[in-house]
Design a binder for this molecule. Structure first.
Ligand code: ME8
Length: 535
């Protein structure tokens, strides 16, 4: 039986085109999904758009179009970016799709019938930007949203409420018995201390103040609160409560499926407090993990649509290729930390890891096999030279570490291990000095062994990097003369697999970038509107 794995990104608000921060989260999920597929898991990878809410309604009004026209337009910029970034999602859910709307209405009715949702009146401080009500204490004397620090307004409305108070104790015991549910650990403590311990208020789950939402069937003046609407996408996309619910049954309704939501810190609260409660209400299992990733920063703070300090992935992909951009995001932005995007760092990463380390290893290896063995990879005969066993063992331990780290969603660290193996192989060349071995007839067996080891390590590195380097991994295999049928994960660490393969010297894998020139180019992409106009 194949192991099952279901991974999701947040469904983004199509209030403006996506920036590198959205590309980051989606790429990390893609790398995880591709890695699991490569290793034989049955994977479902979901992303999509959260298209309802007051913010979208207001943006559409400002543009003089209907909300649907507005989101249709922005949706195109998301789907085309994901295809440019080689994102391998299995579905793309939009909350304005009929399948979603109908199911959300059924879910609402179910919760109402169960008594988890009830009708009452709400008075509170409302932040339009966050689409969230806050309490008097939370907004403080200056009446500012604690999340985005914009002014909030006092509002009164008849509304439906979700009985969170009934589930607080259950939630804490759920956290206790599932210690990895929220990671990193600090993010869990934040939820407990800031939101749960002070006392959970019932959550307002309907609105009457705007129209752009899913009508409550029982009371159509109300639309379903955007977060109840949005969170349920993770099950509506699988067919929950729909005629064909086979994917839902197969992926969600199996306790053996590993279910992972990847989210930014801004939406942790919704995924780790409300979402498990909603599922519990519906009598459904909870996800295994909510992984809270870090935010990509610019020098002047968080990269965000509303700040306008964004960089798009497109020009970077156009100039450096999709693999360089994917690699930068994985290598430079460890899951869970908040790195700053700088042009210098981007160029440095590509040059150091991809051109100098990986590209150079491939180029040197293929050139030497060409020169010393007329292009034929010598047979692997175990450890011959004194450095062979160490490289062989490092290759095998790298595979183990890589799998364990990836299974724990530590994608950047897993990549780091592969790059250490590549560095070790470059050092192995220096240690063995094959150019000296080639001058001495009696050292031929050692020279053969060096080449056989290098080729095998390159194949393994190529396979482990394949989820990130969706184009270039195959170039590595092409260069090593690896048949299509041999390009499978089962062949990693199988020394001897490449015996007598014929290498092909191709183009350099990643040409070295002119650091100063490219950093200047990228900086020009980041200039704000004013600076651009002046340029
Ligand atoms: O919150 N760096 O949508 P949203 C890294 N619709 N990731 C970033 C980022 C940055 N600078 N900026 C945004 C919503 N993100 C809701 C979600 S889910 C049921 C509903 C990523 O368009 C990050 O993952 O504001 C963050 O949580 C998400 O985009 C927010 O996207």
């Amino acid at each position: 039986m194949k192991k099952k794995f279901y991974i999701t990104t947040p469904i983004y608000y199509p209030s403006a085109s996506p920036h590198l921060g959205h590309a980051y989260c989606t790429t990390m999920c893609d790398v995880i999904a591709r890695g699991k597929r490569l290793r034989g898991y049955d994977v479902f990878f979901l992303t999509g758009l959260d298209e309802h809410g007051e913010k979208i309604e207001k943006n559409a009004q400002a543009k003089g179009v209907t909300p649907q026209q507005f989101v249709d337009e922005v949706a195109k910029s998301y789907t085309s970016l994901w295809s440019a970034m080689a994102i391998s999602n299995d579905d793309f859910i939009r909350t304005t799709q009929e399948r979603h709307i109908k199911t959300v209405q059924k879910i609402f009715s179910k919760m109402l019938e169960k008594g988890d949702i009830y009708l009452s009146t709400y008075t509170g401080w409302y932040c339009v930007h966050e689409e969230t009500y806050w309490t008097e204490i939370q907004v403080g004397p200056e009446h500012l949203c604690p999340e985005c620090h914009r002014p909030v307004e006092k509002k009164d409305e008849q509304a439906y409420f979700y009985r969170c108070s009934a589930y607080a104790d259950w939630l804490l015991s759920f956290y206790d018995s599932n210690p990895k549910f929220i990671t990193p650990e600090g993010r869990k403590n934040e939820m407990i201390n800031t939101f749960i311990k002070p006392g959970l208020l019932d959550l307002c789950v309907s609105r009457t103040s705007f129209d752009w939402g899913i009508p409550v069937l029982e009371n159509p003046e109300h639309v379903v609160y955007v977060w109840l609407d949005a969170l349920t996408n993770y099950i509506t996309a699988l067919g929950y409560l729909q005629d064909d619910d086979s994917k839902f049954q197969y992926f969600w309704n199996d306790p053996e499926t590993e279910i992972v939501h990847v989210v930014g810190p801004d939406i942790n609260r919704f995924h780790t407090i409300y979402w498990p409660m909603f599922l519990h209400s519906l009598g459904l299992r909870e996800p295994n993990r909510v992984f809270v990733h870090g935010l990509l920063m610019m020098k002047d703070g968080k990269m965000s649509k509303s700040k306008g300090n964004v960089i798009s992935a497109y020009p970077l992909i156009e100039r450096y290729g999709v693999d360089a951009v994917r690699y930068y995001l994985v290598a430079e932005v460890p899951f869970g930390s908040d790195p700053v995007f700088t042009p210098e760092q981007f160029v440095m990463r590509v040059n150091q890891d991809l051109a100098n380390n990986l590209g150079n290893l491939l180029n040197r290896t293929v050139s030497m096999i060409d020169k010393y063995f007329e292009g034929k990879i010598p047979e692997y005969k175990g450890a011959v030279g004194s450095f062979d066993a160490a490289l062989h063992d490092l290759c095998l331990s790298t595979i183990k570490d890589y799998e364990a780290l990836n299974d724990d969603l530590k994608v950047s660290e897993a990549n780091g291990k592969v790059m250490e193996l590549v560095s070790a192989a470059n050092k192995y060349i220096e240690d063995n000095a094959p150019w000296a071995l080639a001058k001495d007839e009696s050292k031929n067996a050692e020279l053969e062994s060096v080449m056989a080891h290098l080729a095998e390590v390159l194949f393994t590195a190529g396979m482990l990097l394949k989820p990130i380097l969706v184009v270039k991994a195959d170039k590595i295999f092409d260069a090593l003369g690896v048949e299509e049928s041999e390009r499978v994960y089962d062949n990693v660490g199988k020394f001897g697999m490449l015996n007598n393969h014929l290498v092909n010297k191709g183009e350099p894998l990643f040409p070295r970038l002119d650091a100063a020139k490219e950093a200047e180019y990228i900086a020009s992409l980041m200039a704000g509107p004013k600076e651009k106009a002046a340029a």
